[in-house]
Ligand binder design. Structure first.
Ligand code: NAP
Length: 315
């Protein structure tokens, strides 16, 4: 076990759940499997993926304790089930496993959008099964079972959005599980989650996809120049714009209203900066850039990012 993981998230003597089922063995599903196994958060971990090649790779990587051929088989007798598939697939997977869920089980997910997932999954949740949606605000631009690692959630937020009236013990057990992987847990409504994430994650991804696309389309600047001089801010956008296309297509299709609201505000603010540049209004630009610096310092102060100088010293 890595020293960092062990110091922040010690291995448990007793597991939290007897049987954990993970559906979708990508970056997030395989990271949960790795962390839960290393930290003894579940007595038995069963994984499944619709893709046979992924199931084969998961066996080679020794992820969890068992790889099931189907999602329905994986969730049988499971105490905690986590859907780790793209947002747009959650409803169909919930329908597929519904009849196999045992009473008292907790059904969760990791989708980056919450309201649409709750709406798609809720109709399939049998009586006696508790729905506790979750979103770990942690990730990388890589996908698939090889991309995961057990310390992915360490010191990162995980937001739980239990619908009104959810069993308190089910929410507490889900919180306990994520804290067991080293995550910081916060509870809010699905609607509020979608609004917050629209500005902190979804809009930045849209901007990154757009700016990298624009640079690729430029004729006056060759592609080799874009790559060669990428350190000037562009490089960070290329990392974000390399994120999984299926996952991000689903995020924008399922958080449409909140993203459009934030995009509207963003466009208005961009017009103000455009005007300041056009009319040589340095004061407006300077004031704006001074205000935004404080956000960066706040993120570093909360331990959610290291200062660039420290990163350079380490590399
Ligand atoms: P990923 O690496 O692409 O893995 C998703 C896996 O789910 C793939 O193996 C995919 O198989 C499989 N899958 C798709 N539809 C399925 C279905 N109907 N039944 C069974 N398996 C299915 O994706 P990820 O990054 O782990 O993302 C998974 C979820 O986590 C998404 O909902 C995303 O919003 C959320 N999330 C992602 C991040 C991030 O940074 N990546 C962060 C937080 C939350 P195929 O390859 O055959 O489609």
């Amino acid at each position: 076990m890595s020293a960092a993981l062990e110091s922040f998230a010690p291995r448990r003597d007793e597991p939290i759940f007897g049987r954990l089922a993970i559906i979708g063995i990508g970056l997030i599903g395989s990271s949960i499997a790795r962390a839960a196994k290393e930290l003894n958060l579940a007595g038995r971990i069963v994984l499944s993926d619709r893709d046979e090649a992924v199931r084969l790779r998961a066996r080679e990587l020794d992820l969890g304790h068992e790889i099931a051929e189907t999602a329905a088989e994986a969730v049988r007798e499971a105490d905690h089930i986590i859907l780790c598939v793209p947002v747009g697939a959650c409803g169909a997977v919930a329908a597929e496993i519904a009849a196999s869920l045992k009473p008292g089980a907790i059904l969760s997910d990791v989708g980056s959008v919450k309201n649409a997932v709750v709406e798609a999954v809720s109709p399939h949740v049998p009586d006696g099964v508790h729905l506790v949606p979750a979103h770990p605000v942690a990730g990388t631009e890589n996908s698939g079972p090889d991309a995961g690692f057990p310390s992915l959630f360490l010191n990162r937020w995980c937001i739980l959005t239990p619908p009104e009236g959810t069993d308190a013990a089910a929410t507490a057990a889900t919180r306990h599980f994520w804290e067991g992987m080293g995550a910081l847990v916060e509870v809010m409504t699905a609607q509020h989650h979608d609004l917050v994430l629209a500005i902190t994650s979804h809009l930045p991804h849209l901007i990154a996809y757009n700016i990298v696309g624009t640079a690729e389309d430029l004729e006056a600047v060759t592609q080799s120049e874009v790559i060669k001089f990428s350190a000037g801010g562009f490089r960070d956008f290329t990392r974000i714009a390399a994120s999984d296309p299926t996952m991000w297509r689903d995020v924008f299709l399922h958080n449409k209203d909140a993203v459009l609201e934030m995009l509207g505000r963003f466009s208005e603010d961009l017009s103000i900066l455009t005007r300041a540049i056009r009319f040589g209004d340095g004061e407006t630009l300077h004031k704006h850039f001074t205000r935004t610096r404080a956000i960066r310092r706040g993120i570093i102060a909360l331990g959610q990012e290291k200062p660039e100088t420290e990163k350079l010293r380490k590399s």
